[in-house]
Design a protein around this ligand. Sequence first.
Ligand code: FES
Length: 321
Amino acid sequence: MTVNALPQTELDLEVLVARKEAIADDVVRLTFRHPGGEPLPPWLPGAHLDLVLQPGLVRQYSLCGDPGDRSVLEVAVLRERASRGGSELVHTGLHAGDLVRIRGPRNHFPLVAAQRYLFIAGGIGITPIVPMIAAADEAGAEWQLMYGGRTRSSMAFHQELSQKYGDRVRICPRDEGGLPELRDLFATAPEGTSVYCCGPEALLTDAERRHADRPSVSLHVERFSPKENNDPGTEFEVELARSGITVTVPADRSILEVAEDAGVPVLSSCQEGVCGTCETAVLEGVPDHRDSVLTEDEQAANDTMMICVSRACGRRLVLDL
Ligand code: FES
């Protein structure tokens, strides 16, 4: 996993929007090409791109195309009803022929090798799952997909998936049969199954609850929206070891903001704990992890933290910044 203590080698360039097409209600697929026809960077299923839509308006979208095709990168974007500007701009202000800046790809949702997978997707959460299924199928693994959504017409990729993979794909539009039931899926998943889940918070929370009763399967989730946290936090000190300075982080500010004010540059993007860009190595102290990127095990290891949202459990942290 890339942390700020390591050299950042990710791509940061303008690409051409080669195609923009509606693929479901309120969902468009964007196909990017290099303006000079050069190959685009390699990626693996689960990776996402940053789209820099305007200065200060950066959004993360999962790659949903074929990792074997280096000539294009593809993302699918839902027009959010409560858009804070990003998806609205993609839908109304970005057109085929435009240039747009991208950063990444980054992958905090990698597909681990397994004999058996259970994929669970809700709505636009299907995007990282599409290339995962292709990879699992290609590897000869057993898998099934449970894909829920509002209506069939709002569910991107459902036809392609059903046509290609038949009854391994279960499509569950809410207006036809109600929300998918995860209890039985988890209860009947064979031991050792790797479960990958992406979608709205309620689905992820339900999956986490069901997983608590089935520790013999592994659960991997990806969140697009930040976890709720109403704890205001308290003031603490952070030593920025490489910079040789110590700063005080007040209760109402993030480590990221205070470090930048002190003249220490940190790569960041979402500033909500969902993208992983600001991941920073922890040298001493115990972080109060508030991100949606690190797994439970990674958080428990306390080796790194997302400094845009996470804080300190005690009075002091030492970071590799
Ligand atoms: S900037 Fe996205 S996790 Fe911190």
